[in-house]
Design a protein around this ligand. Sequence first.
Ligand code: UD1
Length: 427
Amino acid sequence: MAERFRVVGGTALRGEVTVWGAKNSALKLMAAALLAVGRTRLTNVPAILDVTIMAELLRRLGCIVDYDAVAGVVEIEVPEQIGHRADYDLVRALRASTAVLGPLVARCGAADVAVPGGDAIGSRGLDLHAAGLAALGATVHVTHGFLVAEAPDGLHGAEIRLEFPSVGATENVLTAAVLATGTTRLENAAREPEIIDLADMLCSMGAHITGAGAGVIEIEGVDRLTPTRHAVVPDRIAAGTWAFAASATRGDIEVVGGRSAHLAAALDLVEASGATVTDTDRGFRVDSGGRRPRSFDVATLPYPGFPTDLQPFALACNAVAQGSAMITENLFEARFRTVQELNRLGAETRIDGHHVMVHGVERLSGAPVEASDIRAGAALVIAGLVAEGVTTVSGAQHIDRGYAGFAESLRGLGADVTREPDDDPFV
Ligand code: UD1
């Protein structure tokens, strides 16, 4: 049964909230486990649907996967022989399924991975993934909706320069090159903390990688990798969500488990909005001093720039800020879906290409709105907190994909947020 969030506006969020391991790392680490025969154990794994889908994908490849969502532990038993096909039903449900591409070519000399369609945040190609694998010696083509990569004689090291520091392409080159013969040099690599987390896990499996987190990564291939134990890096996007939520609602939140060093660009803007950010023993704290936020301009960029995944929260915060701001989206073309829904709540915005002008209003006004993806959905719930009256956010399942127990976390911060059946007969 479809569900929606019901949000009663008017509460400043106060208290502490805990962030778990990053969704965008946990899924890739699960895929990377395929590289070693035996039992890999991941901890600090978030309790989200996407992990369940990745677990199913690994099972279909022949692995035994135990996922204890309450304890945050995933154990993956990888057999000697594994399959090499990722079906469309799974890739459609979880785009990050494409992270098995690199490990499968490296382990099996072949991978058939369904090509994901354009999703709700713009068309996201696989061309850089394909070019990276081709440089490592695979033949790559698309047939019947599958990207097929073959390297029957194994992969070899190469010099690769990504046209754009794609996160997914960097990960697939890394997970393929670790078992290639010779050395790979990857230039213009993505620098996200999740890339460092993946490289750390691969090194603990026996891989030789240097430079992860810098623009150039060097990988010296090894013959085999061994299973490992690894704790997932904390979720910087969830942590950033709470930082903007504190500013937007004029609240004061300690983000337990959050790492401010992974959020420098975002927290600079949270401070520009007038809030104070301080590191604590357990994470960091964002205190708005009870003041209305001031507006701030945003331009999304690859890490260490401002993350596109936090752009909807910056929008929600600016919607109730004093002044006007320009938000520029440089990574995904269709990531302004939040805007139309925010306007239903009374926000004053105007889209011009990949920019949005936002003129802050004192308060939004509660209304039914619709979540189109994880971040847009969570940002609309936060907008509901700064709206007069009741806001309902349909499409709760989108939010569940990225946030474990979002409503519970909000209630823990004093908000009046519940879930209810979404019984709209026309949807
Ligand atoms: C990952 C994150 C996502 C985040 C994004 C950027 C996961 C599961 N998802 O997505 O939440 O918003 O990083 O920080 O980790 N592109 C191409 N060709 C390619 C690859 C990418 O054109 O072969 C383009 C995409 O269309 C997009 C841009 O590059 O416009 C960024 O994509 P990329 O960095 O690869 O993001 P993802 O790994 O898909």
